[in-house]
Ligand binder design. Sequence first.
Ligand SMILES: [Zn+2]
Length: 103
Amino acid sequence: MIRGDQSVCPECGGNLKCYDRVQRIVRTKARKTKRICVRRLKCLSCGMLHRELPDFICPYKQYEAEIIKGVLEGFITPETIGFEDFPCEVTMMRWKTKLMHFI
Ligand SMILES: [Zn+2]
């Protein structure tokens, strides 16, 4: 898993090239599902595939206000809401630092 602004392989430092796109299903707390498109990048040096999670697929507006509020109040984690690794801790931290004034 790499971030959208990362252009080198986290394993070996080689250059990454766009390989394909995969759909990823994200579950929300209310058991609804959303589909997101994730780019996969292939390392030109070691051949490893990395999924990209750019910032634009984790904006606060994709989440229910209730979930964001729970995160901000500190009692919801990715495990709690069944998000697998999404939103990630970094996303939650970003909500906490940037989105306080939206709630
Ligand atoms: Zn590599």
